[in-house]
Design a protein. Structure first.
Length: 379
């Protein structure tokens, strides 16, 4: 038993003992007040003078047995109450010790799972906090792993290019262009890492403004068409929702652009990519679907990875790395109270679905029939 148990024990027992002594003192005072102070005086000529009288009684002592029984009972009750009150504190202390030693997955509330008092609520909140800390630490570890993996590839290619330039001086100009391209990709990767780190900072406040999603998607699609021309890709789009969302247009543009660029990078030449935006039947959420005709992703990797860090999606579809874009997209969409998930298409390819809540101020625009979606021409 710890010191806290004995403190509770003695505090409860002394309180009970003090209460018992107070009650017994009151009983004793009342009892003495009813005692006869001495023998009653009788006159010699009185008829009652010759009647024999009992000697005066002394003070009556209280029985000791009830006191002993109460003392034992108070000790038992004090021990039970002290154990009941100190148990969650001991569990919390053990959980804190486990976290201090590096074990972040703790379950302090299991010891008091049936209790509904404030101490049990404290342990449940502590478990929730510990789970959140463990999630953040795991995220940082995964980020460090991703950084080392993503930076290793371009650095290795630049090192190879430098070695070839030394061995083949006649190809120096060509290899310098390759190195310049790797530097540009590395710079873009560092920008993505900085954006991801900002999104994980709790003090970082996201801009909150209302902006139209159609204009944002139209700009992204036009940029994608320009980028896809090099591979003969066509970008088909269906964008005419009239919806607005609240948040940061810059961050949301980055999130959607990362998804579209991922489709461009992993779709074969002379293929088609589809970008569609529509209102859900409930009229309070917007769905953006980006579909490609690439290799898709194994279902087991979608089920296991897509809801956490997208490691499976990145490893399957990003042979050259730079898969942090999907992690950034997920964090941005989460910050906008949205959702993102993946599904393989029956005809082949991957469909990335983004669901976002629309702004209530322009929700009345969505009263148009579902079929009134303007089809933008594909290049």
């Amino acid at each position: 038993m710890g010191r806290l148990f004995w403190k509770f024990f003695f505090a409860i027992w002394v309180a009970q003992l003090f209460g018992t002594m107070s009650v017994m003192f009151i009983i004793e005072v009342v009892h003495r007040q009813h005692e006869v102070a001495g023998p009653e005086f009788v006159a010699p000529n009185s008829p009652q003078h010759d009647i024999p009288r009992l000697p005066p009684r002394g003070p009556k002592l209280l029985p000791i047995e009830p006191l002993v029984a109460h003392l034992v009972a108070s000790l038992i009750v004090a021990a039970i109450l002290a154990h009941y009150l100190s148990k969650p504190i001991r569990s919390l202390r053990a959980a804190i010790g486990a976290m201090a030693s590096g074990q972040l997955q703790v379950a302090a509330a299991d010891a008091v799972e049936r209790r509904k008092d404030e101490l049990a609520d404290l342990l449940r909140e502590f478990d929730h906090m510990a789970g959140r800390v463990a999630s953040l630490v795991d995220g940082q570890r995964q980020l460090f792993h991703d950084v080392s993996h993503e930076l290793r590839s371009p650095l290795a290619r630049m090192q190879v290019a430098i070695g070839l330039a030394r061995q083949q001086p006649e190809k120096t100009e060509q290899l310098l262009e390759r190195i310049d391209g790797e530097i540009i990709r590395t710079d873009r990767l560092i920008g993505e890492l900085l954006a991801l780190s900002r999104l994980t900072m709790p003090e970082m406040k996201m801009a909150d403004e209302e902006f139209g999603i159609d204009e944002l998607l139209t700009e992204i699609v036009e940029n994608a068409r320009f980028e896809g021309k090099a591979k003969g890709q066509k970008i088909r789009s269906s964008i005419a929702t009239g919806a607005s969302i609240n948040g940061s247009p810059e961050l949301m543009g980055r999130a959607i652009e990362n998804v579209v660029r991922n489709a461009i990078e992993h779709t074969p030449r002379d293929s088609t990519i589809s970008v569609e935006a529509r209102m859900e039947p409930g009229r309070d959420r917007l769905t953006i679907a980006v579909s490609d005709t690439g290799p898709g992703v194994p279902d087991i990797e979608i089920d296991h990875h897509v809801n956490s860090s997208f490691r499976g999606i990145r490893s399957s579809r990003s042979a050259e790395g730079h898969g942090l874009g999907l992690s950034i997209s997920k964090r941005i969409i989460d910050a906008h109270q949205g959702d993102i998930h993946f599904r393989n298409l029956d005809k082949g390819g991957l469909c990335v679905v983004i669901v976002l809540p629309i702004s209530q101020s322009r929700q009345n625009f969505a009263n148009a029939p579902d079929g009134e979606l303007a089809q933008m021409p594909a290049n």
